[in-house]
Design a protein around this ligand. Structure first.
Ligand code: TZP
Ligand code: MG
Length: 215
């Protein structure tokens, strides 16, 4: 069984354009890269293919400059078209196996998993990492059921690929993740809404690393 393409999930920035112009989105991504995010996901829920691709090309110019891999949410075609590092798929997107087939063995395929069963399936189909959540309520996405830290821990103990926790997480509420053995934390608001995204990323990374070091 493949162990997956290497991916550093320590601090995963997921973008949200709903409260950003393209200019402020790009500025925020750049500041976050300066602050040490290890992975960036462009997440565009409203954009059509053309707009999504145009934004992806602009964001990738920045992430490339900082050596940070860019993941495209939902859309394998956009990921291929902009030569992103990979794609992130959820339950209503192309299945992991199809994304893997389309992208080939070298690109990163990330998947959302809310249960141990879903996590195992995603791994078996070729996912390189898993996003697990929402851990806390969030205004970024409609969430019907929160994911318990125990489920996150069980997933981390079951699948051999890296796992990121997501959902309502910020520098002040990470303690809930202690002992869960995840590889990192993914955030939208904690960086995208920060007055100083560079400082927000630095501070979050410091807290995440401290949490992981003292486990
Ligand atoms: N998947 C589960 S929760 C979530 C996604 C994309 C949104 C997380 O956003 P925030 O602002 O960090 O709570
Ligand atoms: Mg999706």
């Amino acid at each position: 069984m493949r162990t997956g393409n290497q991916v550093d999930l320590t601090l995963y920035l997921v973008t949200d354009s709903t409260y950003h112009t393209t200019e402020s989105l790009l500025r925020t991504v750049e500041e976050a890269c300066k602050g040490g995010v290890t992975l960036v996901q462009l997440r565009e829920k409203e954009a059509g293919g053309k707009e999504y691709l145009e934004k992806a090309i602009l964001v990738k110019k920045i992430t490339d400059r900082y050596g940070v891999p860019l993941i495209i949410d939902d859309r394998v075609d956009v990921a291929i078209a902009c030569d992103a590092a990979g794609v992130h798929v959820g339950a209503s997107d192309l299945p992991v196996a199809v994304a893997r087939k389309l992208l080939g063995p070298e690109k990163i395929v990330g998947a959302t998993a809310k249960t141990v069963e879903a996590a195992k399936k995603a791994w078996e189909e070729g996912a390189d990492y898993l996003g697990v959540g929402a851990i806390y309520p969030t205004t970024t996405k409609v969430i019907t059921i929160l994911t318990k830290p125990e489920t996150l821990k069980a997933i981390c103990e079951t699948v051999p690929i890296p796992v990121t926790a997501i959902g309502g997480l910020n520098a002040e509420n990470l303690e809930i993740l202690r002992g869960c053995k995840m590889d990192g934390v993914a955030v939208v608001s904690a960086i995208m809404k920060a007055d100083d995204p560079k400082r927000a990323a630095e501070y979050l990374k410091e807290k995440i690393c401290k949490l992981k070091d003292t486990e």
